[in-house]
Design a binder for this molecule. Structure first.
Ligand SMILES: Nc1ncnc2c1ncn2[C@@H]1O[C@H](COP(=O)(O)OP(=O)(O)OP(=O)(O)O)[C@@H](O)[C@H]1O
Length: 250
């Protein structure tokens, strides 16, 4: 399989210490580790939302960390999707306009508009339908549940067909059933070919990924491969993850 993301000796102030790993196209990988171990910092530095102090981040053949800010922003818009616990939706826009926004931004400045406004709206509605929130298009973001809002964030993150989706505690603010639904969506996206790198505290969530990286004090201390255990039940996979986390000192 082709390496889509390659992180080489990434350092950030005193937080990350020469972190190296790769993610292949089509993988769904979780990053776990104790609070303060540097998981969010790792995600932000990989995704170009923060500037590493040293090291390289290669996405699909482009080194991101050394790029000027405007080029990084363009890469984020066109090739990356983001789903965060805080969700970062704009409160002055309704649900559909929040999802539409990055799609409209991606068309700006393009001499040959690849998607007309009607096409963009159709694409947004298609995503909302896929994630069962099409009835909520006109609602304010304060008028939907946490799970529905997180599904809207997933629509927004997918609207420009990213190469990779970054998620920081995407189920952190959700109850168990909403978290399960959000994970169902991630699994569907991953099965359809989207590569996903997510930070989670939840072993139930991590057990649904193909691989888990364990971060401690800003270093990767272990890795658990789960892709060969697809035939196991969710409960068996979770037990396997919890046993491994126990060995890692979780
Ligand atoms: N902007 C910042 N400036 C300075 N230190 C920071 C900053 N952001 C985070 N830190 C520190 O870096 C360390 C790692 O933080 P980070 O948020 O990456 O950890 P985490 O593993 O994601 O934690 P949690 O699981 O609690 O979200 C912590 O000690 C934190 O206090």
């Amino acid at each position: 399989m082709k390496k889509l993301l390659e992180v080489k000796n990434l350092c950030k102030d005193g937080i990350l210490h020469r972190v190296s790993f790769a993610v292949e196209a089509g993988e769904m990988v979780a990053v776990m580790g104790p609070s303060g171990s540097g998981k969010s910092t790792l995600l932000y530095n990989i995704a170009g939302l923060d500037q590493p102090t040293a090291g390289e981040v290669w996405l699909d053949g482009t080194e991101i960390a050394g790029l000027p800010e405007d080029e990084k922003a363009a890469l984020r818009l066109h090739r990356m999707g983001f789903v965060f616990q805080q969700m970062n939706m704009l409160s002055n826009l309704n649900l559909i306009d929040n999802i539409l926004l990055p799609a409209v931004q991606a068309q700006k400045g393009k001499r040959n508009k690849t998607r007309s406004k009607d096409t963009l709206i159709r694409d947004v509605k298609n995503w909302m339908k896929k994630l069962s929130i099409e009835e909520l298009a006109e609602r304010d973001i304060a008028q939907v549940s946490g799970g529905q809002l997180q599904r809207a964030c997933i629509c927004r993150s997918m609207i420009n067909a990213p190469k990779i989706l970054f998620a920081d505690e995407p189920t952190g603010a959700l109850n168990m059933s909403a978290a399960g639904e959000v994970m169902d969506e991630f699994e569907r996206l991953n099965s359809a070919g989207t590569t996903i790198l997510m930070v989670t505290h939840d072993s139930r969530v991590a057990a649904r990924c193909g691989r888990i990286l364990y971060l401690l004090d800003g270093k990767i201390r272990g890795e658990l491969e789960l892709s060969d255990q697809k035939k196991q039940t969710d409960m068996e996979r979770m037990k396997c993850v919890e046993a491994w986390l126990g060995k890692m000192g979780w």
